[in-house]
Design a binder for this molecule. Structure first.
Ligand code: MN
Length: 493
């Protein structure tokens, strides 16, 4: 955005400026719950109400004890978001009644959150960048899960989720389009995955996005916002924000006002629907939890966690950009190869530009296709990484053609064959020495004088001669070298 353009000029929709802020709940990758020594378990596989303690049930006398691992993961998440970490942090009770919250309040952080303000920079598809402020992020315990079976007069309650550690990341209202909202959500996802703080299975609800949307016909005044709850796909975020902007503008146009409320997302209908009117912070009667002492976080502890962090997406982008990988390919690499990318980054010294480009092309092509069809896993690639380097080098050295090298990928990754053996089996691989190829070229010239004459007047006719040499070498000749030799012979040198 040029400084002379107003936000309205850049983002305006029919004279209205949309503004979007996002709260994201990240499920931290711990074995046990946030305040109780009981397994988090697997929500999809486990029977209901298996992982409970008196605290999860809100029984009298049960006391919470903080899970150190959850605090460390939250600090790592904060560092991955380029945010500050509080030196003192404390827990508060957020009061509300809900049948899946036996305590009657959620243990959260209101006054002294663990993760302080920061800013993340998001690459845009057009090559630009977008800065989004992080207001803060806080630790809190998840609630249980209610299901309402269709056509029945009862609801089912599963409390396995009660007390599972969440980090709620609250953005500033810095986004102004569905695309910016979607890209922000994806960036949060990537940062959490690379920091190793979250399993990152969106369909299992490991990251849930609450998206606040408002529109205003003035840049300096925010409109009334609505909150779309629990979106768990980047596509849904784009669709829901688009729908909500449109709905709110129609209300304004019709002289009606937007109601501050929580709305749900209807996947089938591709629309949002009213759920409940939205509380303000003061309604929750936040109070410090007397059962949990404040935590002191030392700088030394934060530093040691910082050192343990994997590479971050921005550092990966810088590295791959240096290898002249395109921006869109970099984003695919980050998303699809999140296990492998840190390995590539660690071994960046052993990779030079050309070899890296060959490898990345395989990863974005045949290997990605195989990964998506579950014919291989990222771990297979990690295990055979050094052999892939050898193969890339063989291609660059013309020991095997680019097409031939590609054909060997799966044999190396899946069948654990070595490049040396594959070259041997192929009869020594590609022929790239002039001494062997020149006689083949000479013979083709002798056998096809007509084609030689054609090639002299029309350079496109060279293909026939190249094809003949390739045939005579049973496909082993290096085609670009053959091409060169033919051109040189045609030029009479
Ligand atoms: Mn929350």
């Amino acid at each position: 955005m040029s400084s002379r353009q107003s936000k309205m000029q850049v983002y305006g929709v029919e004279g209205y400026l949309p503004t979007i802020g996002i709260e994201c709940h990240v499920q931290l990758k711990t074995d046990t719950k946030l305040f109780a020594p009981v397994a988090v378990g697997n929500f999809r596989a486990d029977a209901a109400n298996q992982h409970l303690t008196p605290l999860c049930l809100g029984l009298p006398g049960a006391l919470p004890v903080i899970n150190r691992k959850a605090v460390d993961l939250a600090i790592c998440a904060g560092l991955a978001l380029d945010c500050g970490i509080a030196s003192v942090t404390s827990f508060d009770r957020k009061h509300y009644f809900y049948p899946d919250l036996p305590l009657g309040y959620q243990i959260s952080q209101h006054y002294q959150p663990l993760v302080l303000a920061g800013e993340i920079i998001i690459p845009l598809p057009d090559g630009g960048q977008k800065a989004v402020g992080i207001h803060h992020a806080h630790l809190e315990a998840d609630a249980g899960k209610l299901t309402h079976p269709k056509g029945r007069d009862y609801s089912l309650l599963d409390l396995n989720r009660v007390g599972v550690p969440l980090l709620e990341i609250v953005s500033q209202p810095d986004m102004h389009s569905p695309t910016e909202a979607q890209l922000y959500a994806k960036e949060i996802y990537l940062r959490m995955i690379y920091a190793g703080v979250c399993e990152g299975d969106l369909s299992a609800g490991h990251l849930r996005f609450d998206v606040n949307v408002s529109v205003s016909d003035r840049e300096d005044v925010l409109g009334t916002r609505t909150e779309i709850k629990n979106l768990n796909s980047f596509r849904f975020i784009h669709q829901a924000v688009t729908y909500e902007i449109d709905r709110q503008i129609k209300l304004h146009r019709g002289g009606e006002s937007v109601v501050q409320e929580t709305r749900g997302w209807d996947e089938q209908g591709k629309s949002t629907f009213a759920q409940r009117s939205k509380e303000d912070a003061q309604d929750y009667r936040y109070m410090p939890d007397p059962d949990l002492p404040p935590l002191q976080i030392t700088e030394a502890h934060v530093d040691s966690l910082k050192k343990s962090l994997n590479v971050s997406p921005p550092a990966v982008r810088d590295l791959l950009k240096g290898w002249r990988i395109t921006a869109s390919s970099i984003e695919i690499m980050l998303e699809e190869w999140s296990v492998l990318v840190p390995v590539i980054y660690e071994n960046r010294q052993t990779l030079d530009g050309p070899r890296a480009v060959v490898l990345v092309n395989w990863l974005l092509g045949d290997l990605l296709a195989a990964l998506k069809q579950s014919r291989l896993t990222q771990k297979d690639i990690v295990a055979t990484w050094s052999e892939l380097l050898v193969l890339a080098q063989a291609v660059l050295d013309d020991k095997v053609s680019a097409t031939g090298g590609k054909k060997w990928l799966m044999e190396i990754v899946q069948d654990k064959k070595t490049v040396a053996r594959l070259l041997q089996a192929a009869g020594g691989g590609q022929i790239s020495d002039v001494a062997t190829l020149q006689p083949l070229v000479d013979r083709v010239f002798d056998q096809h004088p007509g084609a030689v004459e054609d090639a002299r007047v029309d350079s496109k006719a060279i293909g026939f001669l190249v094809g003949k040499v390739m045939q005579d070498s049973r496909g082993r000749a290096n085609p670009s070298l053959v091409n060169d030799l033919i051109k040189r012979k045609l030029a009479g040198s």
